[in-house]
Design a binder for this molecule. Structure first.
Ligand SMILES: [Zn+2]
Ligand SMILES: [Zn+2]
Length: 312
């Protein structure tokens, strides 16, 4: 469990104290200087020179504030610790201080709804969008960090977005938060009929109507116990990480590695997904791009329980 409210308030106070520790720009400069150093280590004199602080008392004070948690004293000097690395990693993701836009960039990929050309676009809301300007099809949308844009040309940005989204989705579907490592609840949820009958928690979920795959009969709701991560993942993504299934898809001519998520029909096509049973929920995911009639049944546990022949 994520703990009771007193645990949570203590965690919040501790986190606040840790953030306050970083609230002076000299302290961040110290972390950055150690990050640049061989072995992430500098002597006292080297570190002071690297950050250009003339006031010895001030430097000593700010360094002492970082000691033990972000920076450790070793025989060689001062060494950046894991929490210090993670602070810098978060900064390097760009989400705190960068706002970049990309595109729209026309892709080589066709819209599965109308055959037009898909585009990639990245906006100041930190969401990357694969969409079709001709028919408005929102093929795939997911948050992306500005770090994914830096030092890459357009093709590499698009490929990085595909890879990162796979990683986040498969980690979340395995019950591990891709952002804080916390426990993630997963639940198959959706609208069974056009009339609006629901399975799972869908009726209580906000933001679902904005979700790019809201027209799918079922998706997996993912909700982290520790952090703010809460979203939905297309049900077909479950097929991507089961060796027996990926082997079958390979046999059936589906190249999972070379094909981006938005070209995999079992991930993005609403009509590839069908709710076959409720209580317990069983969802069938068809593979429209296979060279044989192929489908898989996904159980409430998000496990693939059997292979079937696609009904469509
Ligand atoms: Zn289209
Ligand atoms: Zn989390």
């Amino acid at each position: 469990m994520a703990g009771d409210s007193s645990d949570r308030s203590r965690a919040a106070t501790d986190a606040e104290a840790a953030f306050m520790t970083l609230s002076h720009d000299l302290r961040l400069e110290i972390l950055l200087a150690l990050w640049d150093a061989p072995g992430f280590t500098l002597s006292f004199a080297e570190l002071r020179k690297a950050v250009g602080e003339r006031d010895s008392g001030s430097f000593t004070y700010h360094l002492s504030e970082l000691r033990d948690h972000f920076v450790a004293k070793t025989d060689e000097g001062y060494e950046l610790q894991y929490p210090g690395h993670r602070v810098l990693d978060a900064i390097q993701s760009g989400v705190f201080h960068e706002q970049v836009t990309v595109g729209p960039v026309e892709l080589d990929d066709d819209c599965r709804a109308c055959g037009g050309r898909l585009t990639f676009e990245y906006g100041t809301d930190y969401v990357a969008r694969i969409r079709c300007p001709d028919c408005g099809n929102r093929a795939l949308e997911w948050p992306f960090d500005p770090g994914g844009i830096a030092d890459r040309d357009d093709d590499a940005i698009v490929a990085a977005f595909d890879r990162r989204t796979r990683l986040v989705w498969s980690c979340a579907l395995d019950g591990v938060c891709p952002f804080c490592a916390g426990r993630v609840d997963r639940e198959l949820t959706g609208r069974v009929h056009e009339e609006g009958a629901c399975i799972g928690v869908i009726e209580q979920l906000d933001r679902y109507d904005e979700y790019f795959a809201r027209d799918h009969p079922a998706v997996v709701a993912v909700d982290c116990h520790r952090c703010s991560f809460y979203s939905f993942v297309p049900a077909g993504v479950v097929l991507l990480t089961r060796p027996a299934v990926t082997g079958r898809l390979h046999e059936a001519g589906v190249d999972l590695r070379a094909t981006p998520l938005w070209n995999l029909g079992f991930v993005v096509d609403a009509d590839a997904v069908a709710v076959r049973e409720t209580e317990p929920t069983r969802v069938e995911v068809a593979v429209p791009d296979a060279d044989e009639s192929l489908a898989f049944t996904v159980a409430e546990s998000c496990d693939v329980v059997r292979e079937t022949t696609a009904e469509r």
